[in-house]
Design a protein around this ligand. Structure first.
Ligand SMILES: NC(=O)c1ccc[n+]([C@@H]2O[C@H](COP(=O)([O-])OP(=O)(O)OC[C@H]3O[C@@H](n4cnc5c(N)ncnc54)[C@H](O)[C@@H]3O)[C@@H](O)[C@H]2O)c1
Length: 413
């Protein structure tokens, strides 16, 4: 790489910001986002997502696209969600691509990190770039794809210690992109044989997790009906060397619960319906309803009047130890319970009003609840004892523990 290489990161979220920070140790980095509040926060070194330490970083933040014109490497890390009908929504990606195309110069490289299905970079983005610039693919400009594998909130695995898959539109560009990432990834890189392979590898990783979790969820429901503890069963099964250690649970967020729809969308365009993948999505999406029905079962057993029952849900984010509430399935549990007119109270130390309706930790309040659901295993919840739970329970503790966090739970998924 040239010393004067100037990297522009487009989209400064969970993926883009740590990337900008890492590259800024070695290159001139400009960070661009369309969210003015986000950019203003970052200019003050504030990251409200996962509190990335931005002290002493030399990133230039901007909301002005014209500031991008001197860059020669563009890395796009914008959201790739699905529509309400679970169809890939490529609007952000296409907008970012069109915008970058306006500022491209001969020899520039665009690298995509957003999660997509195989074919998006070369079949959707490249034609857009050609149309919005006067440049020709693999003659005047080049592309690459390098999927992100970070898991925000995980203190042990971060950008630099996870092997990074890289790829490029020509062998030379693939090597150049690989060298670029090697500079910031201590764990090393893996050069995929093509952009499509790199794109597919990312969705495959997440589909595999989704399918495995769906199987665990199916086991959990099956053994719940048989009244055998599924966690005891998994603990026993785990003693075999080749048992794969997945847990049942809620699958929310913007990755595992979304990426399978990207792959199935493309697969169906090629005339193949991936049955296992789609069924797994269905199973995982049904878990909030199952939890709500379980709560109703306890309400009936306790002979409570459902309109007077108070249910406390601990945790609202889609995963532990971070503030990310995108596509959280906890909200779904709440909505399901509210259809039965149950009073639902939600608390999450990472999430403020108006998303949750309790601001103060219920363990330090005087309120009491009929049923408590542990939905997210934030570190803040780990040390609560049976005494603490008894203190906030109206009568005998009924604790539904989705994450299997406590030994004294009434019920575990
Ligand atoms: N968060 C993760 O753990 C994770 C892990 C691996 C892959 N991914 C993938 O990476 C991509 C980004 O995810 P994220 O979690 O960082 O999203 P995010 O929502 O945290 O950040 C995306 C940022 O892009 C900005 N943006 C949207 N449109 C833009 C545009 N046209 N130009 C410039 N900025 C724009 C948004 O304002 C936002 O700040 C997605 O495809 C996601 O699936 C995310």
């Amino acid at each position: 790489m040239k010393k004067e290489d100037k990297i522009a990161i487009i989209g400064l979220g969970y993926v883009g910001l740590p990337l900008a920070k890492s590259f800024s140790k070695y290159y001139n980095v400009i960070g661009y986002d369309i969210d003015i509040k986000r950019v203003n926060d970052l200019k003050k070194n504030i990251d409200r997502n996962i509190d990335v330490d931005l002290k002493d970083t030399k990133i230039v933040y901007t909301i002005n696209e014209k500031d991008l014109k001197d860059s020669n490497i563009y890395i796009i890390t914008v959201p790739t969600p699905v529509s309400n009908e679970n169809i890939p929504d490529l609007n952000c990606l296409e907008n970012a691509t069109r915008m970058v195309a306006k500022y491209l110069n001969k020899g520039d490289i665009i690298i995509y990190e957003s999660t997509v299905y195989p074919g998006v970079t070369e079949e959707i983005c490249v034609p857009l770039i050609e149309k919005n610039s006067s440049l020709k693919y693999n003659v005047d400009f080049f592309c690459g794809y390098s999927p992100e594998r970070i898991s925000p909130g995980d203190k042990n695995r971060h950008l630099s210690n996870i092997v990074k898959i890289t790829s490029g539109s020509t062998p030379e560009i693939a090597s150049k992109i690989d060298t670029l990432y090697k500079k910031i990834i201590i764990a090393g890189t893996y050069k995929a044989t093509s952009i499509k392979v790199a794109e597919a590898s990312k969705v495959v990783e997440n589909v595999q997790r989704d399918v495995n979790i769906a199987l665990m969820n199916e086991f959990a429901i099956m053994f719940d009906k048989m009244k055998i503890s599924s966690s005891d069963i998994f603990s026993a099964a785990k003693t075999k060397w080749n048992f794969i250690n997945f847990s049942p649970g809620l699958v929310g967020g913007h990755c595992i619960g979304v990426d399978p729809y990207y792959l199935s969308f493309q697969s169906m365009k090629f005339g193949f319906t991936p049955e296992l993948l789609l069924k797994s999505r269905e199973i995982n999406n049904s878990i909030p309803k199952y939890i709500a029905l379980k709560v109703m079962q306890f309400i009936n057993e306790k002979k409570l009047i459902k309109e007077e029952a108070k249910v406390l849900i601990l945790g609202y984010t889609f995963k532990e130890n971070c503030a990310d509430i995108r596509n959280t399935k906890v909200e779904q549990i709440k909505i399901e319970l509210e259809t039965y007119s149950v009073n639902v109270f939600t608390y999450d130390p990472y999430v403020k009003l108006p998303y949750t309706n309790l601001e103060i930790d219920p363990f330090i309040n005087n309120e009491k609840y009929d049923i408590i659901i542990l939905a997210v295993s934030h570190n803040e919840f780990r040390n609560y004892t049976i005494k603490d739970f008894n203190r906030i329970s109206k009568e005998k503790l009924v604790l539904l523990d989705i994450k299997g966090l406590y030994k004294f739970s009434t019920w575990t998924l």
